[in-house]
Design a protein around this ligand. Structure first.
Ligand code: SIN
Length: 533
């Protein structure tokens, strides 16, 4: 046993909006905070968020209506108390960000008081506060400078956590962290660890997410003994740019909110054939409709068409989307945008209470990696940035009281033992398995599932898990190996959850069980470590 190299009151793993929010809130109480990110603070899924933050600010709106829309999108599985917490604090979230200096696009009508509110699928009112079409970037760049300047926050960038450190009583004591490639694994101790690691959409071949969305927090928490819930509910965003050279280029739902149509290659609209809310139906319905049209017509993609709006209006509302598309030779004011659905958001995650507490003492989870029940079977658009901040604030209150009773983190923790492993001989094993996993998840556990496809996926994931676990046991850890091990774990949790749901609901559609059980029989899928895979 040796003394820990790094020691914090609170170690936050993940530097997106949830991690940054809780870091700033805690550090303002003079608590020592380590904020660990896999890449730099500017790289996260939050940074890429386009649409905005749902907040019932308009006189025609109310938190009650926002709650109703959230519950409707969630298809019978939202926890009303979590939804209530979310919608009640949306104005505080906007005020908190405004106080930090985030600028939101203002309304032409009441520029001084009311931000411009855009509309997205599933919202019955204009409700989405935004910063042009790059809301995440406006938030993250503003908070990043605050984090870097804060005396009580140490940023630990370009590091990845291998695993959490726990004791026999199930208390989390810190984490093993791999520093730069080729370096050794460090022991970081903390009185409280907060997982804010985001989602796991990289388990799929096509995703709107950055490369870092590998489900690390969910996999680590599961291995440490936490329950995980509702992993079958993977949200596919209906409109990701379809282009051979484009990787993860999202076309915001706000384009449909401001009047964009979905059309087939022959120019005909189709959403009215699928849902009376047409292009503004909730995401599960729109993504499934596109999947249906593509399969029926044999198309590679469908198109999102906003050409009927004046070019000045389009460019004012969507300057970044226009620039992104232009890079691929598409002028969105003159031609329709080729789009396909892609994995976007993990609605399931680590089971927590409304203050982010997990099953382990000293371990919290917030944001996309957590499951509070707020999103049910399908997340309402633009509720995710809001969730990051609201649940960070709720966790902050509880962590402060925890810190009063938990001992200081100056215990000696066992160091990482590399005595029985050697340098990896074949990196190809890792990259091959990574590709295989993401491809069969796309083919077998995608927007439309069947029992047979899920069986196939389960068989393959078990083989991969065994192979990767053997590799992990024999060779020194690397970034790619750590992420692959997590991806396989989360993919398996997703498949097992999908297989155990004997109905179709929200984002989970199984052709062999096309009906939805009555809402009084709706149940969450809760997986318990050591009982399930
Ligand atoms: C979008 O702009 O369409 C994404 C917003 C979200 O995922 O809530």
């Amino acid at each position: 046993m040796q003394a820990s190299a790094l020691n914090y009151d609170v170690l936050i793993i993940g530097g997106g909006f949830a991690g940054m929010s809780v870091a700033l809130l805690l550090a303002d109480s003079h608590i020592s905070v380590g904020l660990l990110t896999k890449k730099s603070l500017e790289e996260s899924a939050s940074m890429m968020a386009q649409g905005g933050i749902a907040a019932a600010l308009s006189p025609e709106d109310s938190p009650q209506r926002h709650a109703e829309d959230t519950l409707a999108a969630g298809a019978g599985l939202c926890k009303p108390e979590a939804v209530d917490l979310l919608v009640r604090h949306s104005k505080e979230c906007i005020d908190w960000l405004t106080d930090y200096g985030v600028t939101f696009t203002s309304s032409d009508v009441r520029a001084d008081t009311l931000p411009h509110l855009t509309r997205e699928g599933g919202h019955t009112r204009r409700r989405v506060v935004h910063s042009e079409d790059a809301t995440g970037a406006a938030i993250i760049t503003t908070l990043e400078s605050q984090i870097r300047a804060h005396a009580h926050i140490q940023s630990l960038e370009d590091r990845i956590v291998v695993d959490l450190i726990t004791d026999e009583s199930g208390t989390c004591l810190g984490a093993y962290v791999l520093d730069k490639p080729g370096s050794t694994v460090q022991t970081v101790s903390a009185r409280v660890v907060v997982l804010a690691t985001g989602g796991a959409s990289k388990i799929y071949l096509y995703t709107t997410n950055p490369d870092t969305s590998t489900g690390d927090g969910i996999a680590m928490a599961w291995r440490a003994g936490c329950r995980v819930a509702n992993m079958e509910f993977v949200q596919f965003h209906p409109t990701c740019l379809y282009h051979p050279h484009a990787k993860s280029v999202l076309i915001s739902e706000a384009v449909r909110g401001e009047g964009g149509y979905l059309i087939r290659p022959d120019g005909s609209r189709f959403m009215h054939e699928h849902d009376e809310r047409t292009e503004l139906a909730p995401r599960d319905i729109v993504a499934r409709a596109i999947d249906y049209e593509m399969k029926k017509g044999g198309y590679d993609c469908v198109y999102l068409d906003i050409r009927h709006k004046p070019a000045t209006e389009i460019l004012r509302a969507f300057p970044n989307i226009a620039r992104n598309c232009e890079q691929f030779g598409i002028d969105i004011t003159r031609e329709p945008i080729p789009v396909v659905p892609a994995a976007h958001y993990t609605c399931g995650g680590i089971v927590t209470d409304l203050q982010g507490a997990t099953d382990l003492s000293g371990l919290y989870a917030i944001g996309e990696c957590a499951w509070t029940g707020v999103h049910g079977a399908n997340r309402l658009a633009s509720n995710s940035l809001l969730e990051c901040n609201v649940f960070a604030a709720a966790a902050h209150d509880r962590i402060l009281s925890d810190l009063e009773r938990l001992p200081r983190a100056d215990r000696s923790l066992p160091h990482w033992d590399e005595s029985r492993v050697t340098d990896a001989d074949e990196q190809i094993v890792v990259s091959h398995n990574w590709d295989e996993l993401r491809r069969f998840m796309w083919d077998y556990v995608g927007i439309v599932r069947t029992n047979k496809r899920l069986e196939r996926a389960r068989h393959r994931v078990e083989l991969l898990r065994e192979e990767i676990s053997e590799y992990y046991g024999n060779f020194k850890v690397t970034n790619d190996l750590i992420e692959l091990r997590n991806l396989v774990q989360v993919a398996e949790l997703t498949i097992v959850s999908a297989m155990s749901r004997k109905e179709s609901r929200g984002l989970h559609f199984n052709k062999d069980y096309p009906d939805t059980l009555p809402d009084d029989q709706a149940a969450d899928t809760i997986l318990i470590p050591r009982c399930t895979p």
